[in-house]
Write a protein that binds this ligand. Sequence first.
Ligand SMILES: Cc1cc2nc3c(=O)[nH]c(=O)nc-3n(C[C@H](O)[C@H](O)[C@H](O)COP(=O)(O)OP(=O)(O)OC[C@H]3O[C@@H](n4cnc5c(N)ncnc54)[C@H](O)[C@@H]3O)c2cc1C
Length: 526
Amino acid sequence: MTPAPALLTDLRVRAAYSEGAGIYRIVPEGVAVPRSVEDVRRLAGWAADTRTSLVPRGAGSGIPGGNVGRGVIVDLSQGFHELSVDARRRVARAGASVTAAEIGAAALPYGLRLPPDPSSAAFATSGGLVATNAAGPRSVRYGSVRRWVEAIEIVDASGEVRWVRRGGGRGERFALDDAERRLVEARFPKTRKNSSGYALDAFAASGDELDLLIGSEGTLGMVTAVEWRLDPIPPDRAGVALGFADLAALDDALPFLLALNPSALELLDHTLLSLVAAGSAEGMGAALPDLACLLLVEFERETAAAARGVVGDAVRGLHHHTRHVETAVDRDGLAHLWAVRRLASPALARLPETRRSLQVVEDGCVPLERTADYVAGLRETSRGRGIELAMFGHAGDGHVHVNALPDTTRHGWREDLAAVLEDVTALLLQLGGTPSGEHGDGRLRAGVLGRFVGAEVAALFQDVKRAYDPRSVFNPGVIIPAAAWAPLADLKVGEAAAPIPDDIAARLRAVERGAEWTIPKTGLAD
Ligand SMILES: Cc1cc2nc3c(=O)[nH]c(=O)nc-3n(C[C@H](O)[C@H](O)[C@H](O)COP(=O)(O)OP(=O)(O)OC[C@H]3O[C@@H](n4cnc5c(N)ncnc54)[C@H](O)[C@@H]3O)c2cc1C
């Protein structure tokens, strides 16, 4: 029997870990803050012996509820700080708590970077990035983090500590036969990005166990360190903002712009542009005409002339559609151009209870050619259900972040929100999409996976879970749904929210509004 670890069980501490980004509040039974791989190994052994659920956690910025739960939260953000760059091999070795921004800063002096650039780079940890197969605006050219993970150190359910490497083979725990491989090929969505379910498609293609573990959301083991592959920073960048009066223009604009090989191709819809304009101290976005949407495009090239040239191609090629054009060819211009995108999340986070931003359908991704249909379908849902939907995100990947803005002081808002969730799930199914392009399933989407991939692939997901975590110790209810799956139970908003001390609730709200996810959560309880 493994000795019991030191757990924090004071209500104030547990309350401080009851929320992450996203919609949930669930008070855990305890919190563990391991500082070493040996601490993590002992925790895993103790949890297996006592059948205690463990919820691995980094910064807590993950959105669909994989970072909260009723068991013991394992806060991996307070140890695991090691970071070194091997410029010759173009590799960074980072402890689980090291953020994407910290890796970027360490790689910069060598002219290197980690190409996926999540908007949450300042706080998203290496463990969280790998566990969710995170992505960002530049994923349109450089893919999700999967492509950039060379190896991970993992502590599994048996308490074994090992490095799992790219090219290291399929491991001993799980395999697909030929028929299952064909099934996966037939049933997985044909989208440019997918962070939903276990990545059996990537696993089948590479034959690498690493691909099963990336995106497994803390359900198969705990990541204690990551070896990241780095890439040289391209010499030159330029960009353009293109405004459209009609969403239907996306049908032409997206494939045209993609053919020019952009490094980012982002969308902001009218609702979001209005929110940014209303909330920004600098009046950002107020100068934009009345647009249906804005596309922000970045091009990385070997020379300044090439970068400027392709911006010109984009502007000329779409001039029949555009109502607004702003180009940027230097650092200041680019910063100004992208400010409106950077202000999107803060603008949503600070909305009042009468227009509370709730992420229940925030991560859908469709085949690129269905993007305009998806946005039009979302608009229809919004009108039909009387809930405003603000949209932004990675149009070049057919991937749109959608924040529902219900008036949570109005009677019946939960029912309307549930209807939005069902409508959008049905829309994604109809368009051949996936419910998650980069955030993962968490608790929110676990119960719909079977509808997307079919019962047989869902059964393979169960097989993966059993093979790695036979006692279901790691993050039960995430990816594999709980028997009583209820996506809109345990909300942090409304009268039914779990009671926690008022001052902690206020601090958690401040963290969310200010995106202060790097603050150690134990400190919130002081
Ligand atoms: C303002 C804002 C902007 C965002 N922008 C982006 C974006 O551009 N792109 C994007 O992909 N996401 C984005 N996100 C979502 C979030 O930042 C990412 O999902 C991020 O990867 C989560 O990292 P984290 O350290 O906060 O993980 P957490 O939220 O703590 O955990 C997320 C999941 O990973 C698991 N996990 C965490 N650490 C480990 C570990 N060491 N071992 C095993 N499992 C672990 C957890 O169990 C959970 O399931 C954004 C979120 C916010 C609030």
